[in-house]
Design a protein around this ligand. Sequence first.
Ligand SMILES: Cc1cc2nc3c(=O)[nH]c(=O)nc-3n(C[C@H](O)[C@H](O)[C@H](O)COP(=O)(O)O)c2cc1C
Length: 140
Amino acid sequence: MLIRVIYVSTAVGPQTSDVTNSILKRAQAWNKANNITGVLCQGQGVYLQALEGERPVVTKLYSRIYTDKRHTNVEMIHCESITKRRYDKWSMAHVSLSDIDPQKKVEWPELDPYSFTGLLVMARIDELLESGSVIQSPEE
Ligand SMILES: Cc1cc2nc3c(=O)[nH]c(=O)nc-3n(C[C@H](O)[C@H](O)[C@H](O)COP(=O)(O)O)c2cc1C
């Protein structure tokens, strides 16, 4: 059975490109090998990640991510059974919120995903993905 989980978390240190690259390198390799797809949005001190895959695999991955010392205040904001993947093109797409185009910044000036509902977050992620400039998916 497939599920999709979305969580939000707070970065513990600065979200430098070194930190991002190490997370993405690991995520893209492991996720590809384990049939996980998703999106990692980051910036303004927060992470927002969608993970899709077989339920036991996502559950174990989420619990590993949950205890990762690079972030804290991990809150699951959405979890649902799915029949079709939404992010099936990416083992882990990356959206850097600092690269959002000015138009989107006007529409979405404050990023406070802790106050978002799951469905609203998914709509935002989809908007970000549609804006080609913010997608970085180096290995795909
Ligand atoms: C924000 C964030 C997102 C992450 N996303 C993934 C991911 O999608 N896939 C993955 O395998 N590891 C991901 N990681 C890394 C895991 O938390 C963990 O470091 C990795 O699975 C190795 O775990 P281990 O040292 O217990 O083997 C992420 C870490 C952070 C901080």
